[in-house]
Write a protein that binds this ligand. Structure first.
Ligand code: NCD
Length: 359
C-alpha cells in the first residue's frame, strides 16, 4: 500500500511527474473531470483547517469522485477514546484514500500502518506537511522555472512550522540550493532537520535573526506564522509573535524577481499592502495546492497494488526505550509499539515523530 507521510516518500522523478500532471490538469481540466468517478476520499481532520481540507475536497470533486469525513475531532469517535489505528481500519471499509490531519506527530504513520487504503499526511503536529510542500514546489517551478540553484529564505517559526520542515526535506534533493534560516533563537529549525536532512545532504545554510540582512540575496522568501497552538508557554508566544512583519519597505532591498511564499493562514507576518506586489505568490500557492493534490490522488489511486511504503526499518529498536517528545502519537495511542530507527552508529530516532532517542 502506497502512502505519503513525508515529502521524502516521493522521489524527485515522482515529484516532477506530479508537477507535469498538475500542469496538464490546469490546461485540460475536462480530461480529468471523471477520472475518479465512483471513488471516495475520506478527510479525517482532527485539527482545524480551512485550505488543506477544502483543497483536498475540491481536488477530489474536480476529479469526479466524492468525499466523506469530518473536520473536527470532537465530532468523531476520537472524542470517545477511539485510537487512530481503529479509526482507519473502519474508514478503510468506506473509502478509497484517506487524507489525515492530526495534532499528534506521527499519527498519519500509525494510520498508514493500519489502513488498507493509501493515507496522505495532511499535517501532523509540528512535524511534516508534505502536500503543502507539493503546492510550494509547483509554485516555485511555475514562477522561477526551476527547482535548483536557488537561495531560499525561511522566516518565522522554523521550530514548529511543519511546512518548513517538509519543504527543506524536498529541497535537499535538488542541486545548488542555499538556505537562509531566519528566526528568533527560540524558534530555530529542529535538530532532525538540520542534522538529519540539511547536513546529511551537504546543503549550505546559515541561521540569522535578521530578515533585513538576508533579503538582498534571496530568490525565494518563505514566510510563516508563529504557531501559537504549539507553544507550551503562552508568555513565550506573546514575546515572539511579532518577530517578523514583511512590509513593502523591507521588500525594497529584495531582488526584483524574488518570490514571496506563505502556506497561509497569515496572521500579521505579511502586511496586506504586500499582496499587490508582483512578487507576492501566496494566493497562487493555494490554487497550485489543489492541482498538486489532484495529481497526488490520481497517482495513489492508480498505485494501490504497490508494496507497503512504510515498513518497520531493519535494525529498529522495539519497545526498548520510550519517546520523550510529549507531542508524539506514542504518548496517547493504545498499545502502540515504541519503534526507533537507527540513523547513525548508536543514534536512534522515533519512527513516528523523529525525535532523537535518549539512551
Ligand atoms: C499550514 C499548516 O497547517 O501547517 N497551513 C496550511 O496547511 N496551509 C501553516 C500554518 O498553519 O501556519
Amino acid at each position: 500500500m502506497r502512502s505519503v507521510i513525508d515529502t521524502l516518500d516521493l522521489t524527485v522523478e515522482e515529484i516532477q511527474s506530479l508537477i507535469d500532471t498538475a500542469e496538464d490538469i490546469a490546461h485540460n481540466p475536462q480530461n480529468y473531470a471523471e477520472k475518479c468517478k465512483g471513488k471516495k476520499l475520506a478527510t479525517l481532520f482532527f485539527e482545524p483547517s480551512t485550505r488543506t481540507r477544502l483543497s483536498f475536497e475540491a481536488a477530489m470533486l474536480e476529479l469526479g469522485g466524492s468525499v466523506i469525513g469530518f473536520s473536527d475531532a470532537g465530532s468523531s469517535s476520537a472524542s470517545k477514546g477511539e485510537s487512530v489505528a481503529d479509526t482507519v481500519k473502519v474508514i478503510s471499509c468506506y473509502a478509497d484514500v484517506i487524507a489525515m490531519r492530526h495534532p499528534r506527530e506521527g499519527a498519519p504513520l500509525v494510520a498508514a500502518h493500519n489502513a488498507s487504503i493509501p493515507v496522505i499526511n495532511a499535517g501532523d503536529g509540528g512535524h511534516c506537511h508534505p502536500t503543502q510542500t507539493l503546492a510550494d514546489l509547483l509554485t516555485i517551478h511555475r514562477e522561477k522555472g526551476r527547482l535548483d540553484n536557488l537561495t531560499v529564505g525561511f522566516c518565522g517559526d522554523l521550530k514548529y512550522g511543519r511546512t518548513v520542515h517538509s519543504l527543506i526535506a524536498a529541497l535537499s534533493r535538488y542541486t545548488g540550493i542555499k538556505l537562509v534560516l531566519i528566526s528568533p533563537e527560540e524558534l530555530r529549525v529542529p535538530g532532525y532537520v538540520t542534522k538529519g536532512v540539511i547536513n546529511e545532504a551537504g546543503m549550505p545554510y546559515r541561521e540569522t535573526e535578521s530578515l533585513e540582512d538576508a533579503m538582498p540575496e534571496l530568490d525565494v522568501l518563505y514566510m510563516t506564522r508563529i504557531q501559537r497552538e504549539r507553544f507550551s508557554d503562552i508568555d513565550e508566544y506573546e514575546r515572539l509573535k511579532d518577530s517578523y512583519i514583511l512590509t513593502l519597505e523591507k521588500l525594497a532591498s529584495a531582488k526584483s524577481d524574488l518570490i514571496v511564499l506563505h502556506p497561509l493562514p497569515r496572521v500579521n507576518e505579511i502586511s496586506v499592502k504586500v499582496d499587490d506586489d508582483p512578487r507576492a505568490c501566496y494566493f497562487k500557492q493555494v490554487m497550485n495546492g489543489k492541482l498538486m493534490r489532484m495529481a497526488l490522488i490520481l497517482k495513489l489511486l492508480g498505485a494501490v497494488d504497490e508494496p507497503d511504503s512504510h515498513p518497520i526499518p531493519d535494525g529498529a529498536l522495539i519497545n526498548e526505550i520510550c519517546c520523550h517528545n510529549p507531542a508524539c502519537i506514542t504518548k496517547v495511542e493504545q498499545e502502540l509499539d515504541q519503534v526507533f530507527k537507527p540513523v547513525a552508529p548508536g543514534v536512534y530516532r522515533c519512527i513516528y515523530c523523529e525525535s532523537k532517542a535518549k539512551i
